[in-house]
Design a binder for this molecule. Structure first.
Ligand code: RM4
Ligand code: MN
Ligand code: MN
Length: 432
């Protein structure tokens, strides 16, 4: 198969050629439709072009489940190669200029070289993620019974030190945030003291918080269950918010869309965290049952739209301390990760554009007048409008691809990687 570098601007321009005519007529037609609603299409396109989401470094390899992992051809073998793939995603979508690293999965002895490698590829670094939910080779103390909330002070100290190490690595990379997710909790009633475990969490995270540079933020990520199946210490947004408020103004709550009970009203949680001025950011993904880590917008795009609707409300209201970090957190098991991440970034932009075109003034009037049906219909009209032409136009303006997946496939990038990165790394169990 012939190979062309999908990151090359000339390649992208040539891939766009045959699609430009159709896009231009679709964009004009959509522009006229929105004009009738009092919306200028170019304003929406500009906002979409400014939308950014970070790619998770762990997302460019095949994920895996607890039953196994089926590595795909040409997977990146180290963090430098992961960045290569992230650059493909960014160049073709124009939406993912940063990468979020996971330590120690992405540990390297030369973070400055990694930063330069990223810069040469047009990439920066988003939040650092610590990992105290697994044991690493040569690690003195085990996290089997917890990390930041372990009953043994020495284990807690080791977990704190790891987080501090993540901060210092992040400083070298130009990152400005640390995301802390722990698996700590209990599998059996009686196993742990629910109150004291939370107190130990507050105590440990206070030490991490102290190590945060002035301009950094700490994101506390809650998750209802897994690996702890009875009682997870930071299981919900209430625990997360309490912890953030106890820690101080640099601590915020992170909402991973897959970390709630089925049918929980996530947009409501978003609205409450905006009100509390503690919404730090998101791990976007989609799910049907649990923390499925499926591609954003693939299962319930309406829910994603409703989350973005709250974000647009907060943006328009100029909510204080509102600067949410957008990150993807997905596990790709049956698709090419590059393709999944590109389409996921685009689905976020779609939800954002749909939320932006909602006729807010009319919606407000219907709400005030208690015209329930028209309020619901007005909101839903944003969701049912096909905004694809806006998304494609925003990409064209940034030198990205009109059809990223088609351009990626035609480039032969994956086959080239299979050649350059020989050997399948068939690890034992699934990791994310
Ligand atoms: C967790 C959580 C964290 C991620 C790990 C790998 O379920 O979503 O954000 O770092 O998985
Ligand atoms: Mn997550
Ligand atoms: Mn998760």
């Amino acid at each position: 198969m012939p190979y062309a570098d999908p990151r090359d601007a000339n390649y992208i321009a040539s891939a766009n050629k045959s699609l430009a005519g159709a896009l231009s007529s679709d964009y004009t037609a959509l522009g006229a439709q929105l004009e009738r609603r009092g919306t200028k299409i170019d304003d929406i396109t500009r906002a979409v072009a400014n939308f950014k989401v970070a790619v998770p470094s762990w997302g460019v390899g095949t994920g895996g489940t607890r039953f196994g992992r089926f590595p795909g051809p040409g997977e990146p073998r180290n963090v430098f190669e992961k960045l290569e793939d992230c650059a493909v995603i960014h160049k073709l979508t124009g939406a993912t200029p940063t990468v979020s690293l996971h330590i120690p999965w992405d540990k390297t002895d030369d973070y400055l070289a990694l930063r330069e490698h990223g810069a040469a590829l047009g990439l920066g670094f988003d939040a650092m993620n610590s990992n105290t939910f697994q044991d690493q080779v040569g690690q003195p103390l085990s996290y089997q019974f917890g990390s930041l909330t372990h009953t043994d002070e020495a284990v807690r100290a080791q977990a704190v030190a790891h987080n501090v190490e993540c901060i210092s690595a992040g400083k070298k990379l130009g990152s400005k945030a640390l995301t802390v997710w722990i698996g700590d909790g209990a599998n059996f009633p009686g196993q742990s003291h629910l109150g004291r475990a939370f107190e130990r969490y507050l105590d440990s995270t206070a030490s991490i918080y102290k190590a945060l540079p002035e301009d950094w933020r700490m994101f506390i990520e809650h998750k209802m269950y897994e690996p702890a199946f009875y009682a997870t210490v930071i299981q919900d947004w209430g625990s997360s918010l309490m912890a953030a408020q106890a820690l101080g103004p640099k601590a915020f709550c992170l909402v991973d869309l897959g970390h709630h009970a089925p049918n929980v009203n996530i947009e409501m949680i978003v609205a409450r965290l905006v009100h509390a001025q503690r919404l730090g950011g998101f791990h976007f993904n989609d799910s049907k049952y649990g923390d499925d880590d499926l591609d954003a917008g693939s299962i319930d795009p309406f829910r994603l739209f409703l989350v973005f609707n709250e974000l647009v409300e907060a943006e328009l209201a100029r909510a204080p301390n509102f600067r949410p970090a957008h990150m993807l957190d997905q596990s790709h098991n049956v698709t090419d990760p590059v393709e999944s991440l590109m389409t996921s970034a685009i689905e976020l932009q779609r939800a954002y554009a749909q939320a932006l075109i909602v006729e807010r003034v009319r919606l407000h009037e219907y709400r005030i007048g208690n015209d329930v049906l028209m309020a619901a219909q007005t909101l839903k009209r944003g969701f049912t409008t096909d905004v694809s032409a806006i998304l494609a136009q925003a990409r064209v303006q940034k030198g990205a691809a009109i059809d990223p997946v088609a351009a990626y496939r035609a480039s032969g990038y994956r086959a080239k990687c299979a050649q350059n990165r020989p050997g399948k790394q068939s690890l034992g169990g699934g990791i994310v």
